[in-house]
Design a protein around this ligand. Structure first.
Ligand SMILES: Cc1cc2nc3c(=O)[nH]c(=O)nc-3n(C[C@H](O)[C@H](O)[C@H](O)COP(=O)(O)O)c2cc1C
Length: 317
């Protein structure tokens, strides 16, 4: 199946994934101008009325950039909506997205036909994130256009499946757009995602260690200094299993190697405890490849160089 027009012909097959608290217009704009899809959770705009200002800033800045760079325009942007019942802002945030005709909506935590219909109504495309094949089928049944396969080792709420298993299963029955999420931080890994059947690499943690990310310097430096050994998978902090940096857990007075499990009924995203994410740092396993805090443009330029080099190497072989 051909990719929807908004996702076709990106200069690099990369989506900068939405990051709670961390993604904001500055990061999204830098990602889009660097030629990858930039994204942010609607819930990062607080109070809710700020979403309108943020979408105005992103659309106006990118339009001006495109007018000045007609030969290399920006990539499209995406807004992430948590469609879980505890998100009491969903209706209001969707109305703002409709006014700005947000080109790509990334939905998380439960697929919803009404949300998909609304996005299609303004000409947008919906990508739904899933951690297994059953959720993938449900999402497509309910009208999502594409899937984000969140594999083991992803930052934030990660799955437990090998990326090979997930993509192989999905590609048995689905030929629409698929992005692969989890530990991708080099151009070679982006090419590998494509080789195994994904259309896009979905990259989060590598963009936390950038100048434009809205994270503390300590968090960014911790990503530079850490590797996969420093990541722990736990449900303690939000009720859903996710990957976190051990040093931040130690700093909060807990032993990251002996964490209790949490009660899933505690899951709450509308009034999510931002402090948990502010102090307990979400992060995927792929950060061993991140060795400096750099501007987004530099991180994307390195991904591009590595991607082209890996492709040339394989073609030559
Ligand atoms: C700190 C942090 C916050 C995140 N917040 C969100 C979020 O609000 N919504 C969402 O759909 N995914 C969220 N994610 C998951 C990412 O969008 C993505 O799936 C993941 O970062 C990809 O794996 P990687 O970090 O190994 O590249 C978050 C991830 C991290 C690390």
């Amino acid at each position: 199946m051909a990719l929807p027009a908004v996702l076709a012909n990106l200069p690099l097959p990369i989506i900068g994934s939405p990051l709670f608290i961390i993604s904001h217009p500055k990061l999204v704009i830098a990602q889009c101008q660097a030629g990858i899809v930039g994204s942010m959770p609607a819930l990062n705009a607080r109070p809710a009325s700020q979403l309108e200002d943020w979408l105005a800033e992103i659309t106006e800045t990118l339009a001006a950039y495109d007018a000045a760079h007609p030969d290399a325009p920006s990539a499209p942007f995406a807004v992430n909506q948590i469609v879980h019942r505890s998100n009491d802002r969903l209706e209001q945030d969707m109305a703002v997205c409709a006014r700005y005709r947000v080109p790509i909506v990334i939905t998380s935590l439960g697929a919803r036909t009404d949300v998909n219909d609304a996005v299609h109504g303004w000409g947008g495309v919906v990508l739904h994130d899933i951690i297994n094949d059953a959720f993938a089928r449900k999402a497509i049944d309910k009208g999502a256009d594409g899937l984000i396969a969140v594999a083991a080792g992803a930052g934030g709420h990660a799955g437990v499946k090998s990326p090979f298993a997930l993509i192989q299963e999905i590609r048995q029955w689905f030929d629409g757009p698929v992005a692969l999420s989890g530990s991708i931080a080099t151009g070679g890994a982006v090419l590998a995602a494509q080789a195994m059947g994904a259309d896009f690499a979905y990259i989060g943690s590598a963009f936390i260690a950038t100048d434009e990310a809205r994270a503390s310097e300590a968090y960014k430096q911790c990503i530079v200094d850490s590797s996969s050994d420093d990541i722990v998978y736990s449900s303690l902090f939000t009720g859903v299993h996710g990957n976190y940096l051990k040093p931040s857990i130690r700093a909060a007075g807990l032993d990251p190697d002996h964490l209790p499990d949490s009660d899933p009924s505690a899951m709450n995203f509308g009034a999510v405890d931002a402090k948990a994410w502010k102090d307990i740092w979400g992060c995927g396993q792929g950060i061993g490849a991140i060795d400096a805090i750099v501007p987004v443009a530099e991180r994307v330029a390195r991904l591009r160089r590595e991607y082209l080099a890996a492709r040339a190497r394989l073609c030559a072989a």
